[in-house]
Design a protein around this ligand. Structure first.
Ligand code: ATP
Ligand code: MG
Length: 459
């Protein structure tokens, strides 16, 4: 494994910890990806320094997380995550015992997951390790040895350590073998480990798709057995996971695997029911196509924001829901708003789509009619509005799917090219939603910051 492929910042953190007398290893996906010859998404470090020790060593350090306390070392273009070696959940004392012997941890307990409330009676001192009655981990801050730390990780291929001091890879649990065989294998008893943290099931599918691996047999059986427990995971955490599922370049494959294992239905129950039904005699294939589109954008180096991702995935479903509200007498915009609000509330117990994303999805869909207006000031006004490019991505996708409105797409492509930002007297960020040449007074106000870019005027 070449040291040159490791981020300079990660190397710096590893050495600083080592020089201060701590053990420090590169861990997790970084090691896995480097061994596979892939470019790691991020670099994680494990150490025997506690989060507090780490904070003392780095000025640019912030401690985050309750369920899992971590140090984030901030550099201008990346964050290096430093975690203290932790002990395996299975060997940790039960919550009652753990509560006796803990050091005080300042923050309040995390909100317990649904169905877990009775197991978590309020305590004067928050324990470092906390599990619900049905075995789900709520807090995991029991420190341990490097070997303990390998065992408590999720998959064998994610539990390899790289020691920069002697360039060796430390493999406590057979990660190298599984890496060579292309297997995603949960460490320990798979039913217990999936139950402890159901998000691991979603991660299993992500790594399988992303790396082109297969899920090892026992892990696969356990996943199918306890998949419904994904519904117990935190909806906001599942939202973050969903972004990773679909925005890392293998979204379509991930989607097919989620469907195969019945996880898509747990994450998006209503959408899944709708997928099972046909529209006008045609099966719904749009989500797979949308994700192929997203994958192609990402492979071409274009960033796809979550708003576009969800509009592409959900647009057809929302359109049909809005149609029902219209049939019930609502006019177009309120119908769309009802559809979006309905979806957000359906999803709030599983994948919590933030409200601001919901609003942006509504705008993307609502803005589609503006592309038809090609007269007068409309096009320029629309082009300079925030959200234009997101809406245009949606138009391009739906046009490609249906084979319709190709001329419209071509017309707008020309228009965008002939009106680069700033070419009409507005600044690139002049997305005030106002035509640039309406009144001289407003124009003057706009000009001021341009001559003195650093000064803010408060007239
Ligand atoms: P990538 O960053 O490419 O998405 P990763 O494997 O690095 O993949 P992270 O979420 O960055 O994933 O986590 C870093 C490491 O922390 C993992 O490789 C794994 O060892 C451990 N880990 C993360 N999430 C869990 C979990 N839910 N249960 C157990 N270990 C976990
Ligand atoms: Mg990582």
């Amino acid at each position: 494994m070449s040291r040159a492929s490791i981020s300079r910042n990660a190397v710096r953190v590893l050495y600083r910890l080592k020089e201060a007398g701590y053990r420090s290893y590169l861990v997790g996906g970084g090691v896995r990806d480097l061994l596979l010859g892939r470019e790691p998404k991020d670099f994680d470090i494990a150490t025997d320094a506690t989060p507090r020790d780490v904070k003392k060593l780095f000025r640019n350090c912030r401690l985050i997380g309750r369920r899992f306390r971590l140090a984030h070392i901030h550099f201008h273009d990346e964050i290096i995550e430093v975690a203290t070696f932790r002990s395996s959940a299975m060997e940790a004392p039960e919550p009652e015992e753990a509560a006796q012997e803990v050091l005080p941890v300042p923050e309040a307990l995390p909100a317990p997951a649904e169905g877990a409330a009775e197991a978590v009676a309020p305590r004067p001192r928050p324990p470092r390790m906390l599990k619900t009655e049905d075995g789900m981990i709520l807090r995991d801050n029991v420190f341990g040895t490097p070997e303990d730390d390998a065992v408590r990780r999720d998959f064998t291929v994610n539990a390899l350590f790289y020691n920069i001091a002697d360039f060796s890879v430390i493999d406590y649990i057979g990660g190298i073998d599984d890496l060579q065989r292309g297997l995603i294998r949960l460490i320990g008893d798979p039913v217990t480990r999936f139950t402890e943290d159901p998000v691991r099931m979603v991660r299993a599918v992500r790594f399988t798709a992303m790396l082109g691996f297969t899920i090892e047999e026992q892990t696969e059986r356990a996943l199918i057995e306890v998949r419904d427990k994904v519904a117990l995971a935190s909806p906001s955490r599942l939202y973050e996971e969903t972004l990773k599922l679909f925005l890392l370049g293998a979204g379509e494959k991930t989607y097919q695997l989620l469907r195969k294992y019945g996880l898509f239905g747990v994450l998006f129950p209503h959408l899944n029911d709708w997928l099972g039904a046909e529209s006008d005699g045609f099966p719904h294939t749009r989500i797979g196509k949308a994700l192929e589109w997203v994958d192609a954008c990402i492979q071409a180096g274009r960033e796809v924001p979550p708003t576009v991702l969800f509009s592409l995935i959900l647009g057809q479903y929302l359109g049909e829901q809005a149609g029902k509200h219209q049939a019930g007498g609502a006019s177009a915009l309120p119908a769309l708003e009802l559809a979006v609000a309905g979806l957000l509330s359906e999803q709030s117990k599983r994948v919590l789509i933030p409200r601001k994303i919901g609003i942006a999805i509504r705008d993307i869909l609502w803005n589609q009619h503006r592309f038809e207006k090609r007269q007068g000031r409309h096009p320029l006004y629309f082009l300079r509005r925030p959200g234009f490019f997101e809406a245009f991505e949606y138009l391009r996708f739906t046009s490609e799917m249906s084979g319709e409105r190709r001329d419209l797409v071509a017309w707008w492509q020309d228009f965008i090219k002939s009106h680069p930002p700033g070419s009409d007297g507005e600044q690139a960020e002049g997305t005030s939603g106002r035509p640039p040449d309406r009144t001289p007074r407003k124009r003057r106000r706009k000009r001021r910051p341009r001559s003195k870019p650093e000064t803010k005027t408060t007239t």
